[in-house]
Each structure stands twice: as C-alpha cells, then as structure tokens.
Write a protein that binds this ligand. Structure first.
Ligand code: ADP
Length: 959
C-alpha cells in the first residue's frame, strides 16, 4: 500500500481507530503509538509534548493535533547521532527495557549529577504505570540534555553486558543473603570509613578528606574523554576485552589506589554506588601474603572478608549462580610475593589451593567467571601475561592542581591556615609538583606548621618532605613545644629500630610485621607510639596483632635511613642498591641484604624463588631516599648520629653509582644512521637515576652526568613523567652541553610540569608535548620563557586542552622570534577566533615552515584569516588544516597562498567540507605554482565523478 493509500485508510476508519485507542480505559495503546511515531520521526518533539496523554487530573489534554506529518529537518540534524537521538529512535524498546529498573537508572542519574531528588519523585509518582514511569523518565532525561542521555544509555548497556536481566525483579536472592549482605556491608563500611594519620592514635574520616584523583584510561581509548569517576571503574568505558572480568587500576606508590578502593567500598556499603553488585568482597594482597594455608574460594571469601552466620552453602551457591552480581577487589597485586602467572589452572571453586593460585585463577576467570574483579597495582609490576586477562586498565595519576587545592582546604578546617598552606605551595613550585602525589600532599598538609615556619629552607625534594614528616611525628609525641637541633640524635634509637625493620622488610617483600619481627629488630612500645607503624587492618580476626608502616614509601624511607646510619650494613649495600640488574635478581638478597637478615627470612626467600617487580620498585624508592639523605645539605643532620667519615664514604659511593648508572645508559645509545640525528630513547631506570641526582641537589653531579651525554634528540615518551619528574629532568638537563629535541609525548606533564620544565628550556630546540593535559595557562608560561630562548624553534602540542585563549601567546612568539620553525597544535579546541589571533602573528613572521592545526574547528573564517596572513609567506613549507570544517570559501582563500608562495610544498585539507567550487580555485592556483607537491583532499564534499575528473586535470591533488 502506498503512503497516500495508508493515509486515506486512517481517515476513513478514524472513528474505529479512536474507539480502539480509547476503549481499553488506559492510555497505554495511544502512548505506544506515540512512541513509535516519535521513534520514526513522524512526530516531532514539540508536537508530542502538545498531545501528551493527560494522566494527572489537573493536566490539560490538548487532544490530537498532528500539525505536520514530516519531521523537522533542523531538529533532526541537531540531534543526529547523539545519545538524545538514540533515546528517541529506540524509545519503544527503551520503554519496555526500563520497566523494572527505573530505580537503578534514576540512581545513575543522581550520581552523575543530572537528576535532583525532585526529578526522581516526579518520575516515581505512584499514579503512573511502570511504562508511564519509563516514558516520563525518558522525557525528563531529554530535558536534561545530551550528557544525561549518555548516562542512561551507558546504564542500559552495562545492564545488558553484565548479563543481568534488566528487570531486577527476576533475581530473587535467598533471605539469608540479605542478612549476609548487611553483615558484609557493615564490616566493609567499618573498614573503609577512616584513614590512619598517626599510627593507631588518630583517624581521619574518609568523607572529610576524600578528593577525586585523576583517573584516566589509556591514551588509545579515544572514545572516552574527561576524567573517570568511581563508578566508571566497573563501567563499560574503555573496555578492551569484553570476555575478561578483571579491571586494573594502576598508579605509583602513594597515588591513591588503596584510598580509591576504600572509597568504592564505602560508597557501596552505604548504597550510594555500585548497587548492581549485591556483594563486594575486598581483599588486600599484602594481607593475603600472610595466609599460608591452602583454601577453597568459599573459604577465601568467608574467612578473609565476612563469615555468614547461617546457610553458608546456600549463600555460596547464590554467588556461583549469579556471578554478575558479585565484585571482588584486590588491592596491591604488586605486593603479592608471587608474580602473576597463568600456568597453574584451577577451575573448581571447592578445590583448595595456595591463595596466590586462587587469586591468579580468579583474575583470569578460570575460577568464578563473570564475577567482576578490580585489581590495583603499580604499573611496573604488571607484565604482559596479566595484561592478556584484563578487561580494561585505568591509570590513577594523583591529584590535579584543583585537587590539591580541594584536599588542602578539606584537610584544614581553618580557612586561613588552608590559604596560607596553598600560598606557600604556590611560591614553591617544586613542592607543588610533589603534591600531585596524594601521599605527599597529605604529608605536606600534615606538616603545615613546619612548612610555614621554613621560609627559605622550604622542602624541595621528596627526601625533604619525608624528613619533615619524620620531624613532625617526633614533635607530635614530644612533650616539648619545639624540637631542638639534636632531634634526630634524641630519636636515633627509634630510627634505627624502625629502619632495620623496614630494611629487612623491603629486602624480603615483607610489609606486615608480627610481634616477633618487631622484637628481632628491637622495636619497642615507645617506637610504635611514634606513629610510623599502624596496626594492620584485617577483616578476618584470626591473626594476632600485626603492624605495617603507614605507607610503603615510609617503609622505603626508614630503609634508606638505616642504610645511611647503620653500622651493620655491608659495604656493598649501596652499590647493589643502585645496580638495576642486580636488583631484579635474587642475588641482591642473598649477597647483600640478607647478610644482615635473620635466618628465618633467608629460608623464606629460598622457598619463595623468583622475586617480584615491586621489590625493584621499592629498592628504587629506597635508593632515591639514600641519595637525598646523603646529599651535602643534610649532612649536618647526621652529626652525632654516625661518624662523618662513614657518611662521607657512603655519599661518595652514591655519587659514583649515579655516574656509573648514567654512563651505562649513554653507552646503550646506538650510533645514528648517516644523515640522521643521534637519538636516545630513555631506557627503564633513566628517569629514576635523574630523580636520584635531583634528590642530591648538587649541581656539580648533574653537570658531571650531563657532560658525557651527546645526543640531538632525547625521547622520553610514555615514561610516566608528571610534574615531579619534570622538576628533576629540568634540574639535570639544563646542564646539557648541546641543544636537544626533548620529546615528552604521552606523559602527564600538565601545566605544573610545564612550569617545572622552564629551567631547561634554553637547551631545547624542539619541545614535543603531545598528549599531556596542558591548558592555555601552561602555554602562557611556556611561551613567556620560550621567547627568551635562542635555541627554541619547534613545538608540538597535539591533543592537549588548548583553546583560543592560547593563540595570542603563539602570535606573540611568531612576532618575536624570527627563527621559529614549527608550531603543531592538532586536536585541540581552536576556533576561527584562535586562527585569527594566530594570523596576527603570522603576518609578521618570516621563518615559520610548519603549521599544523589538524582536528580543530577553525572553519572558513579561520582559514581565510590564515590564508590572508600567509599569502606572501616565503618560509611556509607545510600547512595542515585537516578536519577543521573548512568549506569552499576557505579553500578559495587558501588558493591565494598557492598562487603566490614559492615555498609551500604540502597542503593538507583532508576531512573538510570543500565542494567542487573550492577545488576549482585550488586547481586554478596550481597553474601558477610549480613548488607545491601535493594537496590532500580526501573526504570532502565531492562526488566520485568529480573526484575522478579533477584528479585527471591536476595530478597533485590527492583524493
Ligand atoms: P597507594 O595505594 O597508591 O600507595 P594510598 O591510597 O595508600 O596510595 O594513598 C596514600 C595516602 O595518600 C593516603 O593515606 C591518604 O592520606 C592520601 N590519599 C590518597 N588518595 C587520596 C584521596 N583520593 N583523597 C584524599 N587523600 C588521599
């Protein structure tokens, strides 16, 4: 039947249809038809709103009035491909899918901040049927905008993926399960609501202090932008392998991994997040190390997390039957004594096995397939074998600059104190850089009195910060109001006892200590009271009292103190500590550290076999502290604590090790291919050595290290370089003899990091900072310095957060530096306004050869401005305006550059909206130009025939 025929039929049978629609006494049928019409675009939104079926007595029904049967084109275009449009086109099926899980969907919107409780009440009005609730819900979502629509689609997708029925009512857990859930959540809540501050003596509520860290997916995940929230950890965003169950959250020591899990647990226990999971089982790998029995999965869950009072079998069966309702978390996989391996397979949940085997099989999914697992680890400890089994990986990158601000304000209730602390951080950017690490931010905030009293001597290095906390804790326990200069000597015994415990622990991957361990190292009750040790939290109460350091980095610090101050360490301790190869091998422990270890530790080591990557990491952190502690500026601290000859000898050893370590790196640089630049890609350990040199704060050491480095290009991509690393890099690299290209792509430099790099800008001829979270503010500072640097000629900033506000600075750079060669600003948010600003600078510049603006939004107006500025350029060789919404007007303007230019070789205009008219202009211009080699025009608004014809006319056009 034709459309005309159908319309006629509807008109003819109008009476019957109306009767059929209304006779049931419910509006359901009519509403369903409206859903379908909306979905097909036969009814536009405004019309739908006009004819909405009145369900509330006071609502005014307007009757049916289809004002037009064709869709509004403009409206359609606006929403094309958006989540809002998907909500519309899928409306009929969404209405039925949402019934029964409206509560979950509402919660998702409340958490994401799109719905208020009034919105929820409105949707939930008891007068609505479930399907009407679903429709009302969808209508509300539409009014909240695109982001809200996205949240709904994600929610539904998650539901589908987790295999859970959208209709929550279909799962009916046994009654006992709810009792168990209550017990588990109160136990989880009790474990999660506080952070320790001074040993067992002081606590801080997580709610009072929790600050969002920067959680990001890998750079390859282009589908997700912006920071992730706690819920996103188990959400679909960034999924690489749908078949895998394990999500990895990786981050450096102190980046907040445990705290993030703690937050996640607490939110679940309170019913504020992750409510798709009926049960969450949290594990600490550190604690699992002490489990020497063989266990079944059931025993692992119930004994290590929470014991069901009744019906254990029934509850466990429910867990097995509904894996998608269960979440396991494993904190600190790197601290497990055994490295991950997938060799020993186990499939039966009742079979007993050593805990690490259980854990590895859970992660792989050979045990408890479908249960979602969240694992945290330091990234270095994650090998390819584990990566194979990951659903996705998120990186925790510490606090953002605003996070630091927020944390300090939360930490200090008194706003004047908070303001003072923040002010002093602003004046010491090296310290500000350190505060991106949450653990250091906490220390700095905790020690604010010392910090504010420091003046000139305010901390610069990580060692300085830890020395500050050492002093602070002693002060906290001391009856005197201030500690005298001999504070270290007064507390030397404690330092040595705790140092030995820490040192032996690091050497044996031991982070939890028994009474016996404490006794062996002479740790007394008084030492414990200082607060550096805390009682180990354990959900199972079977263990006797155990202790751990407040944070693993504090254990490394004490270990460093011990190496510096103890009479008992071997002469080879320091060389071994700095020898990266030795650190990965068991011989370190047998030849160096274990010499001073009690025999029980040694036996354990022999039994354990291979060492894990975390040992290397902890030894590296320890070595960094040893460098800092032995620097000249701290030597007065050791007077009366250790003979100065010994300290001097040890300091010399460190300097020698650092110099040797650097040499090794330089030797690994391959000779350049003829005609190419000599390039060095940082090997593992390079950044660490640089950080050790920085800790020493002796420029002659930095100078000496750099005197032997001869490269043209230094590549440090994907090296996890944040602000802290930038400080150290700049400190060392500023002593390079010859200018280099410094490539720092794909790191987390950020604005603070940019500021830290300024001291070495003068030796950079090119600076590559692609993908580094840099904003206009960072650029402002960078260019202010850059214009003063003679060597500085190229900059690449692809994929940062730049807007039009940064272009005035580039304009200034172009006007000021007549030897600048290349500016690449691809994939930022620069519009026509920004392009106009750039053009202002370009008009006065005679040197720029490369200009890249790929993936911005400069449009025709922007292209015209650039074209007019570059019309008579004698230097420009390469110009890219790929994907910038440039149409024919822009192309015609650009043709003017081609007409006049004697230098331009390539023009990239792929993925724009240029039509035949624009290309004609380019063809005409090319007639006057023999220099241009190619103009790229793929994916523009051209038909196949046009492409064919024009390609024949001008072979330099690439379609
Ligand atoms: P990791 O597990 O990565 O080593 P932690 O979670 O133990 O790091 O963090 C170390 C310390 O840093 C915590 O004890 C806490 O004081 C502080 N911290 C970490 N993350 C946060 C956060 N998100 N909000 C507030 N403080 C935090």
């Amino acid at each position: 039947m034709t459309f005309g025929g159908k319309k006629e039929l509807v008109l003819k049978q109008r009476t019957e249809i109306l009767h059929a629609l209304c006779s049931s006494g419910s509006a359901e049928l009519l509403e369903r038809i409206l859903d379908i019409l909306l979905a097909h675009g036969e009814l536009i939104w405004e019309e739908y709103q006009d004819i909405q079926v009145p369900v509330l007595p006071e609502a005014q029904g307007v009757g049916l009035s289809f004002s037009g049967c064709c869709s509004n084109l403009e409206e359609k275009k606006k929403y094309q491909g958006t989540s809002t449009q998907i909500l519309l086109t899928q409306r009929p099926s969404l209405v039925s899918q949402l019934q029964g899980c409206i509560d979950g969907a509402l919660k998702a919107l409340v958490i994401s901040g799109h719905f208020s409780s009034a919105d929820c009440d409105d949707v939930r009005l008891p007068i609505h049927t479930p399907s009407q609730q679903a429709r009302r819900f969808l209508d509300h979502v539409r009014s909240k905008g695109e982001l809200a629509a996205k949240v709904v689609l994600q929610f539904i997708q998650q539901k589908q993926e987790s295999g859970s029925q959208l209709n929550e009512d279909t799962v009916t857990p046994p009654k006992e399960l709810f009792k168990y859930q209550k017990k588990l959540s109160s136990s989880v809540s009790a474990q999660s609501c506080f952070l320790s501050t001074y040993g067992g003596t002081s606590h801080m509520s997580l709610d009072d202090i929790y600050t969002e860290g920067q959680l990001e997916l890998s750079h390859e995940c282009v589908d997700v932008h912006g920071p992730l929230g706690v819920e996103d950890i188990v959400g679909t965003a960034g999924t690489m392998n749908k078949e895998a169950d394990t999500v990895l959250v990786s981050g450096d020591a102190g980046s907040g991994k445990s705290t993030l899990l703690q937050r996640l647990h607490l939110l679940w226990a309170r019913g504020a997040a992750l409510q798709d999971f009926l049960l969450i089982f949290p594990f600490s790998c550190r604690r699992l190390n002490s489990e020497h029995r063989e266990l079944s999965v059931q025993e692992l869950l119930f004994q290590h997390c929470c014991w069901p009072d009744r019906e254990q079998e029934e509850i466990f069966q429910f867990i097995l039957d509904h894996p998608h309702l269960i979440l396991f978390t494993f904190d600190g996989l790197d601290e497990l004594k055994q490295s991950f391996s997938d060799e020993h397979r186990l499939c039966c949940p009742t079979q007993r096995a050593p805990v690490h085997i259980l854990l590895f099989n859970l992660i792989q999914g050979s045990l408890m397939k479908g249960v979602r697992k969240v694992v945290t680890s330091r990234p270095e400890a994650v090998g390819p074998v584990l990566k194979k089994h990951l659903r996705k990986e998120a990186f925790l990158k510490g606090f953002s600059p605003s996070g630091i601000d927020y944390f300090v304000r939360k930490h200090h209730r008194d706003p004047t104190v908070a303001a003072k602390v923040l002010e002093s951080l602003q004046t010491n950017t090296a310290l500000l850089g350190l505060c991106h690490s949450p653990v250091l931010c906490w220390i700095v905030s905790q020690c604010y009195k010392e910090l504010l009293g420091c003046g000139e001597g305010s901390p610069q290095t990580i060692t300085d910060v830890y020395l500050m906390i050492l002093q602070h804790f002693f002060q906290h326990q001391s009856s005197q109001s201030t500690l005298g200069i001999g504070w270290l000597q007064e507390n030397l015994e404690t330092v040595l006892h705790l140092g030995q415990l820490a040192f032996e622990g690091i050497a044996t991957s031991c982070y939890i200590f028994t009474d016996r361990d404490l006794e062996t190292c002479g740790v007394t009750e008084k030492d414990i009271c200082m607060g550096f040790l805390i009682q180990s939290k354990d959900m199972s109460s079977t263990h006797s009292q155990r202790y751990e350091f407040l944070h693993v980095t504090l254990q490394c610090f004490f270990s460093g103190l011990y190496i510096v101050l103890s009479n008992d360490t071997d002469r080879s301790t320091i060389p071994k500590l700095f020898e990266p190869k030795g650190m990965r091998e068991a011989d370190l422990r047998s030849t160096c550290f274990s010499a001073c270890l009690p025999s029980t530790y040694q036996q354990e080591q022999v039994l354990e076999g291979e060492s894990t990557a975390v040992e290397t990491l902890n030894l590296q952190i320890t070595a960094t502290f040893v460098s800092g502690l032995l620097s000249q500026r701290h030597q007065s601290l050791w007077i009366h604590c250790c003979p100065s000859a010994v300290i001097e000898k040890r300091a010399k050893q460190v300097v020698r090790c650092l110099s040797k370590g650097m040499q090794k790196h330089f030797k690994s640089i391959p000779q350049p291919v003829e005609g190419e630049k000599k390039s060095m890609h940082a090997m593992p350990g390079f950044v660490w050595l640089i950080k050790c040199i920085y800790e020493m704060q002796e420029s002659r050491i930095a100078k000496d290290a750099m005197s032997k480095l001869e490269v043209d290009h230094l590549k440090l991509t994907y090296c996890k370089i944040g602000p802290v690393e930038c400080t150290a890099l700049a400190y060392v690299l500023q002593h390079l003899k010859n200018p280099v290209g410094l490539q720092l792509d794909n790191n987390s430099v950020g604005d603070v990091g940019v500021e830290q790099l300024l001291p070495c800008m003068h030796i950079c001829n090119s600076l590559y900072l692609r993908n580094n979270n840099i904003t206009d503010e960072g650029i402002r500072k960078l260019i202010a310095k850059g214009v003063q640097c003679d060597n500085f000629q190229k900059i690449a900033l692809f994929n940062n957060q730049l807007t039009d506000a940064c272009t005035q600075h580039f304009s200034h750079l172009l006007k000021t530096k007549q030897d600048f060669l290349s500016i690449r600003l691809g994939n930022n948010n620069i519009t026509a306004e920004g392009a106009k600003q750039l053009a202002e600078g370009l008009k006065f510049n005679h040197s720029l050869q490369f200009l890249g603006l790929w993936g911005n939004e400069i449009g025709d107006a922007g292209a015209e401005a650039l074209a007019s500025a570059l019309e008579s350029s004698k230097s420009l060789v390469w110009l890219s305006l790929v994907g910038n919404g440039v149409g024919s007007a822009g192309a015609c303007a650009l043709a003017n550059i081609i007409k006049n230019s004697t230098s331009l070789e390539e023009l990239w205009l792929t993925e724009n909206c240029i039509t035949r008219t624009g290309v004609e202009c380019l063809i005409q211009a090319l007639k006057h130009n023999t220099h241009v080699k190619s103009i790229w025009l793929r994916n523009n608004y051209l038909s196949l025939e046009e492409v064919e014809e024009m390609a024949q006319r001008e072979s330099r056009l690439v379609f």
